[in-house]
Ligand binder design. Sequence first.
Ligand code: MG
Length: 385
Amino acid sequence: MKAVKNVVILGSTGSIGINTLKIIDRFPNRFKVVALTAYHNIQLLKEQIDKYAPSHVAVGSSGIDYLRNRINGQRTRVLDVTTEITQIVTLPSVDIVIIGMRGSVALEPFLVALQNGKTVAPANKEAIVVAGDLIIREAKKYNAKIIPIDSEQSAIFQCIEGRPRSELQKVYLTASGGVLQDVPRAAFDRLSVKRILQHPRWKMGKKITVDSASLMNKGFEIIEAKWLFELNIDDIEVVIHPEAIIHSMVGFKDGTILAQLGVTDMRLPIQYALTYPQRWESGLPQVNFFDLKQLTFRRPNLKKFPSLALAIYTARKGGTLPCVLNAADEEAVEAFLNKRISFSGIYKVVEKVVLKHKIKENPMLKDIQATDQWAREETKRLVFN
Ligand code: MG
């Protein structure tokens, strides 16, 4: 490993970005923050600029002048995150790009980073869901490494490491199950938005917390795992594991199963991506089995959580369909958070849009972008009618 690794964080003011900086703070001589991006949280971004002195930052257009007037312009250049984010990831000094920003807007910087041979560590799952095929093709073509940060994908990555693909038999994708596991389906729509947002294990953004409650998030992760590890959908099994201690498991053909266990803290997978292939001291405790006493498992209920079944359906169909799933879900969850539709309305709307779509095989970036836009418009039409 290089003595100093140069890091870019896309989405530095979100929870992944903040946790990444906490890790960097522990090893100030091993990492250099070369660029940061954010959309709206200009105040926090300014504090980060003052502290880390990155050579470049990118921010939403409303924050550009604000920052230019308040920071040392000699030291840090301010760019527009919407139109100039690719300049950030292609800076020659960059070694690793942490993608903490959410949404399919991460796809373009993701692809451009790979095309420039950068290591990419995505916490963002949307880009891989909508264009996994394209991402993996580009990574291979440009010999660029992808080290996932999403906790389940990081677990699979760690369990698989060093083993030939031919030895692998099955991947067990664990799910904490979200807030609705013990709530009857008929009662879902009586719960408030606030209640749905109370995830029992992970503290995350609103969108992903709603997706965890519906298990759509696990559906996205099936699609993500399919691409990242070149798996068949039939070889991926979702296991509900409420304690969220096992972050996923890999079964090999001799019958051995390797699991990755750890406390529920995103700093673990983020740090592994930063220090890969080494493991450094993290300051985090190991799992205490005696406090924990037991780990439990159950099968997901696809009738109660039809979003998971719908995601598996789109994963099998492939082409542009996972892109439709992602875009429709993003719009529908937004509508739910704004109290325009009920919780079960999310599934109803997304299913309609998915079933209406005419799939295009082997999509290129422009096909993905057109599909994304179509699916968003269709979803909004359904939501506002
Ligand atoms: Mg996850």
